[in-house]
Design a protein around this ligand. Structure first.
Ligand code: DOR
Ligand code: ZN
Length: 425
């Protein structure tokens, strides 16, 4: 195995030092290290972080390999500084059996660019009618611990209760896409002043808040773990704040786009800004940012949702919801949080790794720990060019925007997946 010496690098915001990677682990962190056999990476001005962990990635394989494959999505993840991603279950076929989750897990191993941890569906075919084989998926080689019907809400309260009860036995977690479907029928964007002006059917904040309120009560009743996907409203933050204060076992994520972009983007009628849940208001963004800082929201998750050109470059009403996120998440975090490296490591690596139960990830670089880490240049600024994405899709909402920060290198178990800002394989 190869050795890498990163010189003069800040480890999670600390003073510059040298970091030696050898045999898959961080061998040493000290000033003035030398290792004649090691490849030297000049870390001057750079920051080393534990490899980022994404709890919410759509990889589209099996079924929509034209939009993304496990391999292309893994490469986009590595380019974004990630060393592990959790792959959502809304593939075709749906990841609702041991067979499909094992297939995704195996494809991830073959690509070898990040650890791909499959998420299993809660209900058969995401149809919301019968529980999927949660136990078989948990016992499979993929060792599934997170279950989600993401893209759809587990709207039936009895099914949600049963799912929470079932996963309690192996400390699993139900990740809910909180959307009361009766309140969002035909919805095209956030319900508010802009939707009224544009004459588009609105997706009201209460459709999210009502489900979160119900589900924290169910999780409390059952004593099981709930994770709330892509929290998007100020009201949801208040529901979560109260639940956490009572000790409910609930965690929550926010996406980069919900931290940065408002519903006014819909005025362009450019479907690249169509996403579910929809972009909200500046007041929601302010509440989400405050909750991310104070911990009511635990993590940033990308909801990386690649879509083929024909599914995105069409009329707003016909376009699929979703946007790319893996390659830009760290830049948005840096923009929103500033160079708060400990907070960034907490929200984008340590806590998501803990929620997902991923050992060897989310651990700060220290002697003996697996070398899953990423090296960031915080001073760099780059202009986003969709054509340069490692994803098979092009639906980034940040096209031609100039964002802070660049991933210089990513290491998975001591081997670079990104070096000099370029994918290694
Ligand atoms: O915008 C979204 N896209 N929200 C979801 O919940 C699903 C996702 C997708 O799969 O494209
Ligand atoms: Zn979702």
């Amino acid at each position: 195995m190869s050795a890498y010496l990163i010189t003069n690098v800040s480890v999670v915001g600390g003073p510059p030092t040298d970091l030696l990677i050898r045999d898959g682990v961080v061998a040493e962190i000290a000033d003035g290290l030398s290792a004649p056999d090691a490849t030297v990476v000049d870390g001057t001005g750079l920051v080393a972080l534990p490899g980022l962990v994404d709890l919410h990635t759509h990889l589209r394989e099996p079924g929509r390999e034209d939009a993304e494959t496990v391999e292309s999505g893994s490469r986009a993840a590595a380019m974004g500084g990630y060393t592990a991603v959790c792959a959502m279950a809304n593939t075709s076929p749906v990841a609702d059996t041991a067979g499909v989750v094992e297939q995704v897990w195996r494809l991830g191993r073959e690509a070898g660019l990040v650890d791909v941890q499959p998420i299993g569906a809660v209900t058969v075919g995401l149809a919301g009618e019968r529980l999927a084989e949660l136990g078989a998926m948990a016992d499979s080689a993929a060792r599934v611990r997170i279950f989600s019907d993401d893209g759809h809400c587990v709207a039936d309260p009895l099914l949600m209760r049963r799912a929470l009860e079932y996963v309690k036995a192996f400390d699993g977690v139900i990740a809910q896409h909180a959307e009361e479907p009766r309140l969002t029928e035909g919805a095209q964007m956030h319900e508010g002043e802009v939707s009224t002006r544009l004459g588009l059917i609105g997706w009201p904040a209460v459709a999210e808040e009502a489900i979160i309120a119900r589900d924290v009560l169910l999780a409390e009743h059952v004593g099981s773990r709930l994770h709330v996907c892509h929290v998007s409203t100020a009201g949801s933050v208040e529901v979560l704040r109260q639940a956490k204060a009572r000790g409910v076992r609930v965690t929550a994520e926010v996406t980069p786009h919900h931290l940065l972009l408002t519903d006014e983007r819909a005025e362009t009628y450019d479907p690249v800004f169509k996403v579910n849940p929809p972009l909200r208001t500046a007041a929601d963004i302010a509440a989400l940012r405050a909750a991310l800082a104070d911990g009511v929201i635990d993590i940033i998750a990308t909801d990386h949702a690649p879509h083929a050109v024909e599914d995105k470059e069409c009329e707003w009403a016909y376009a699929r919801p979703g946007m790319l996120g893996l390659e830009t998440a760290l830049s948005i975090a840096l923009d929103v949080l500033g160079p708060e490296w400990d907070l960034i490591a907490e929200r984008m690596s340590r806590t998501p790794a803990r929620i997902a139960g991923l050992t060897g990830h989310g651990v700060d670089p220290a002697p003996g720990v697996p070398a899953n880490l990423t090296v960031v240049d915080p001073a760099a600024r780059r202009t986003i060019e969709p054509a340069e994405s490692a994803s098979r899709s092009r639906n980034t909402p940040y096209a031609r925007m100039t964002l802070p920060g660049r991933i210089v290198a990513t290491f998975l178990r001591g081997e670079p997946t990104v070096l000099d800002g370029k994918a290694v394989k």
